[in-house]
Design a protein around this ligand. Structure first.
Ligand SMILES: Cc1cc2nc3c(=O)[nH]c(=O)nc-3n(C[C@H](O)[C@H](O)[C@H](O)COP(=O)(O)OP(=O)(O)OC[C@H]3O[C@@H](n4cnc5c(N)ncnc54)[C@H](O)[C@@H]3O)c2cc1C
Length: 371
């Protein structure tokens, strides 16, 4: 995977692709296709299949503080290792050679999980580490974006050995990946040249926490989540993410998200608070793991009112409701669209007003014809 001219990570062909490999890519690449089977679970038109939803946070204070919301993902990851459920966790962390970028990593300890905590709003390819997994690691958990989780699940469905190696898949709600150009724009707004940056956090260390650069001379500068995500990074989200049907991690066992009370645009109604995550068990196995993690004192699990999600997550809600109209516009002008099965896009569209659907149809048509 390498950065392209626009600042997104793209696969670079380095050798011959066999017919079998090509077929595997076509069947599992989440950019091309995604299939969800919600049978036996509550299958919500906006939020996908789930068993239970909770609010909660890591009980390890450092993980809670460093985490993007309540550190629930990191709390679970650390517990999975400590309890022996898995030997290690495949996830991403800041790239030591490019503090705004990301690298895939294998965390074997709670401290390594702590070092990777927090959301990183830049391209990341956690699955790129699969060919390099050491032989001694045969039981792993995986943390990635919904598309990463979908790709791994689809590969596991075709490869029982891989499925045995990854018994747990964790994910989070995702509004889309901004480019590294977006990250550099945040640095510029923080009066920092890329070569001056020694470390960079997109958020976390509080809830929502600040985007903070630490320069080589030790000085720091920060901006709010509203300014970094809202005014800069969200403008750099790639086209593919705008036609994503799965911003909520339908393929994962457990998914976390922000569980804040929000304004109409989805921003929290407070400056800073103690972190709290929405924690969704998507599979029975995920529900059982959450139960054990809570009983072992790794996370808290409280009630969560599912209808409330529609107000808390306006970005996810609107994209899901708009998607059938956006895809129809792209099809009409012969642009490629992903193949989605079981994602209930028509049911989601039926929740929207005709004017909203028409605006999305025409807006996508206009942008599609222009580019
Ligand atoms: C690009 C992006 C968009 C998001 N959009 C939304 C949204 O629309 N709504 C919402 O509620 N939440 C969104 N989130 C998720 C949210 O910021 C938190 O991740 C979520 O609340 C879980 O918090 P936590 O404290 O439990 O996670 P933490 O304990 O902080 O753990 C976060 C985990 O995610 C991994 N991670 C961080 N960034 C990436 C990345 N780019 N790719 C792969 N893995 C990564 C880390 O390695 C770590 O394991 C988004 C996150 C990202 C990265």
């Amino acid at each position: 995977m390498a950065e392209d001219a626009a600042g997104y990570l793209r696969p670079v062909q380095t050798g011959t692709v066999s017919t079998e490999q090509d077929a595997l890519i076509a069947a599992t690449c989440p950019g091309l296709t995604q299939e969800v089977d919600g049978a036996g679970r509550t299958d919500h038109a906006l939020w996908g299949p789930f068993v239970d939803m909770h609010s909660g946070h890591a009980l390890d204070d450092d993980l809670r503080f460093a985490g993007a919301s309540g550190g629930a993902l990191s709390g679970l990851a650390a517990w999975l290792i400590r309890s022996g459920e898995v030997q290690a966790v495949v996830q991403i962390k800041a790239d030591p050679d490019n503090p705004v970028g990301n690298v895939a990593t294998i965390s074997r300890t709670r401290d390594e999980v702590l070092g990777a905590a927090g959301s990183r709003y830049a391209p990341a390819a956690p699955l790129s580490i699969l060919p390099d997994l050491p032989d001694d690691l045969q039981r792993l958990a995986f943390i990635g974006k919904p598309c990463d989780a979908a790709a791994l699940r689809a590969m596991c469905a075709r490869d029982p050995e891989l499925a045995r190696r990854f018994p747990v898949i964790l994910s989070f709600f995702c509004a889309g990946t901004p480019s590294l150009a977006g990250a550099r724009a945040v640095l510029a707004a923080l009066n920092t040249a890329p070569e001056q940056a020694r470390a960079f956090r997109y958020r976390g260390n509080g809830w929502p926490g600040l985007a903070t650069v630490t320069r080589a001379d030790g000085s720091t500068e920060s901006m709010s989540y509203h300014d970094s995500w809202g005014k800069i990074l969200s403008k750099h989200v790639q086209h593919r993410c705008k036609i994503c049907a799965d911003g909520t991690g339908a393929a994962a066992d457990i998914v976390c998200a922000d569980a804040w009370e929000s304004d109409a645009d989805g921003y929290p109604l407070f400056d800073e608070a103690e972190g709290c995550s929405l924690i969704v068990a998507r599979t029975q196995q995920g529900a059982a793991l959450l139960d054990r993690a809570a009983r072992d004192g790794a996370i808290t699990l409280g009630p969560f009112d599912v209808p409330q999600l529609t107000a808390i997550q306006p970005g996810q809600r609107n994209r899901r409701r708009a998607l059938a109209a956006r895809l129809a516009a792209l099809r009409l002008i012969g642009k490629p669209v992903p193949r989605y099965r079981g994602l209930r896009l028509l049911a989601a569209a039926r929740q929207a007003r005709p004017g909203f659907l028409l605006r999305n149809f025409l807006g996508t048509l206009r942008r599609g014809l222009r580019k």
